[in-house]
Design a protein. Structure first.
Length: 181
């Protein structure tokens, strides 16, 4: 089993105390953030590179985002459809869209046959499903065009404390103490 925690900072737009909410997610993760990108589809490319050498595919992705990112079936991944490509690339992967206020559903954007194939592996809701595995990989999308400057700055400050240390500083070890929820 291999699990990914995928966070887009736009998730925190409508939440109060966004810094604390991000800290709670990263504390639950129990491992440092190792992928930081501006556009979400770049996270998918990084995951494939990181997992390619291991012949591993993720079994679970916790997709923390304001958007489900399955808005079309174009052949190339983009920031609006990369979860669609994730689910097509890794046909056994379960995806949970952690969302407080869903604005729509993938069934509105994907053709009926495609959605029928994917829907049994896709769930959504404001809480992690019970027994969802802690991640082996944490990635963050900063989405500068979707997050106001002040919120983004605050969240990046939190993120800096949870990033994977640079070489010579205990690679792969936690940079902040882990607290249990």
């Amino acid at each position: 089993m291999y699990s990914i925690l995928d966070i887009d900072l736009d998730y925190f737009n409508a939440l109060t105390d966004s810094a604390r909410r991000l800290e709670e997610l990263l504390d639950w993760a129990g491992c440092p953030v190792s992928v930081v990108v501006e556009r979400h589809n770049h996270a998918f490319a990084r995951w494939r590179r990181l997992l390619g050498g291991r012949n591993t595919s993720p079994s679970h992705i916790l997709h923390v985002d304001e958007h489900h990112d399955m808005m079309d079936e174009r052949k190339l991944p983009n920031m609006a459809n990369f979860i669609y490509h994730v689910m097509r690339t890794w046909p056994r992967c379960q995806v949970h869209w952690l969302v407080q206020y869903p604005i729509d559903c993938p069934s509105m954007w994907l053709d009926q046959e495609t959605w029928s194939c994917l829907r049994h592996r896709f769930s959504r809701g404001p809480n992690r499903p019970a027994n969802w595995p802690r991640p082996d990989l944490v990635s963050v999308c900063t989405s500068p065009e979707f997050v106001d400057r002040k919120t983004r700055s605050t969240l990046l400050g939190v993120l800096d404390r949870y990033r994977k240390p640079s070489r010579g500083q205990g690679i792969g070890r936690r940079t902040t103490p882990r607290s249990e929820p």
